[in-house]
Design a binder for this molecule. Structure first.
Ligand SMILES: Cc1cc2nc3c(=O)[nH]c(=O)nc-3n(C[C@H](O)[C@H](O)[C@H](O)COP(=O)(O)OP(=O)(O)OC[C@H]3O[C@@H](n4cnc5c(N)ncnc54)[C@H](O)[C@@H]3O)c2cc1C
Length: 346
């Protein structure tokens, strides 16, 4: 086994997701400690352009393929390619995004190659020559130190926004991977953008037997967002999420939610932020009608600025907000939207 550290990039519709740069940066840092080389791997449309951005993180090598076989949501083509590379080069560790796609691929790699895997990693360092990692437990109230037992390439599912992006002027080798052998595809995926009913604007849906507000895809990706307007149970109803979405739209942000909101079906699950949902790290997080439970805080506490709107002046969210507004969100949010829109026209 080599001392090399790899990172797997993730692309969405041809665009490199931030986590790819975070993991490439971490791989470069770990490789310095392990005495190996850092390699980033990008597969799918836009991978060649993404390779240039990955070089800037300090990795020594980028392997890429623009082949359209990787553009489907199906994990098999990427698993096939990565399994072959890992078998051939046996890196010390591979950092994989702990996203839906990354989990799918990592689980398959672990099973296929008989490798160990660690989930939800938020820190990784070499201590006395061994790779020591941290994973959160009990809603982020405990940080558990973990390490791999045994030999073999270590698969590390790293949590979004846990690692800083670093910049480096070092040069790197770019290697185009050969076209993959035609993979045996047992399934075909046509969505999500082929699904009927998804529009550029938010809309109400009654699919599943209950009322749900569905923000447009452009305001749904909380993990990559710089501005998040998030709503909790205090928003009051699925219909009222139209006002949260309107503020998100005015600010060029996306819509987030506390868990009860998605559990009750007011919004789709992909908006759920917190310990059991997504971890976010925007520049601005606006929490509307969210009490600030520890499990919610666990997913958004590293936001750069937190603004809370809550009618209860003693709500816990105010203890970790940079700016607090005490009042009724059904009055404040539309007014704020109006003011933002008015500013834009001047
Ligand atoms: C194992 C476990 C995992 C969990 N994981 C998560 C998780 O990942 N994410 C998560 O969010 N929660 C999670 N929870 C749930 C968490 O404990 C809280 O119950 C939840 O975060 C509360 O959501 P909320 O703040 O929207 O609702 P509430 O606690 O009911 O708060 C609603 C707030 O809205 C305010 N409000 C009401 N009306 C208005 C109004 N008109 N204007 C302004 N303010 C108003 C109220 O004052 C109140 O502060 C988890 C719980 C457990 C046990």
């Amino acid at each position: 086994m080599s001392n090399d550290i790899w990172s797997v990039a993730e692309l969405e519709q041809g665009k490199l997701k931030n986590i790819s740069l975070q993991l490439a940066s971490k791989a470069a840092q770990l490789a310095q400690a392990s005495g190996g080389r850092a390699t980033a791997i990008a597969l799918g449309a836009g991978a060649q352009a993404a390779a240039t951005a990955l070089v800037g993180t300090g990795v020594a090598k980028v392997l890429y393929s623009d082949d359209s076989v990787y553009d489907t949501y199906l994990a098999q083509p990427a698993t096939d390619a990565l399994a072959e590379l890992i078998r051939a080069e046996a890196p010390l560790a591979v950092l994989i995004p702990a996203t839906n796609v990354g989990r799918d691929i990592a689980g398959r790699l672990a099973a296929r190659l008989g490798l160990g895997i660690e989930y939800n990693v938020t820190a990784a360092e070499f201590v006395d020559g061994a790779l020591a990692m941290v994973v959160p437990a009990f809603g982020g109230q405990l940080n558990v130190s973990v390490a791999f037992a045994g030999e073999g390439t270590k698969l590390i599912l790293a949590r979004q926004n846990a690692f800083q992006i670093t910049r480096s002027d070092a040069t790197a080798t770019l290697v185009a991977l050969p076209a993959p052998a035609a993979p045996a595809q047992g399934a075909k995926v046509s969505g999500p953008f082929g699904i009927e009913g998804i529009t550029a604007e938010g809309h109400m849906s009654t699919e599943g037997g209950h009322a749900q507000y569905v923000p447009p895809p452009s305001r749904a990706n909380v993990e990559e967002a710089a501005i998040i307007v998030s709503g909790g149970r205090g928003v009051g109803s699925a219909e009222n999420f139209a006002m949260i979405d309107a503020l998100a739209k005015a600010l060029g942000g996306v819509v987030g939610a506390s868990r009860p909101v998605t559990d009750d079906g007011w919004l789709p699950h992909r908006h759920h932020i917190g310990q059991t949902g997504r971890t976010v790290k925007p520049e601005v997080y606006i929490a509307c009608g969210i009490s600030g439970a520890i499990q919610h805080q666990a997913g958004m506490q590293t936001s750069r600025s937190i603004i809370a709107i809550n009618k209860d002046k003693d709500a816990p969210i105010f203890t970790f907000s940079d700016l607090g507004i005490v009042g009724d969100l059904t009055v404040i949010v539309p007014e704020l939207t109006r003011l933002v829109e008015a500013r834009k026209t001047h």
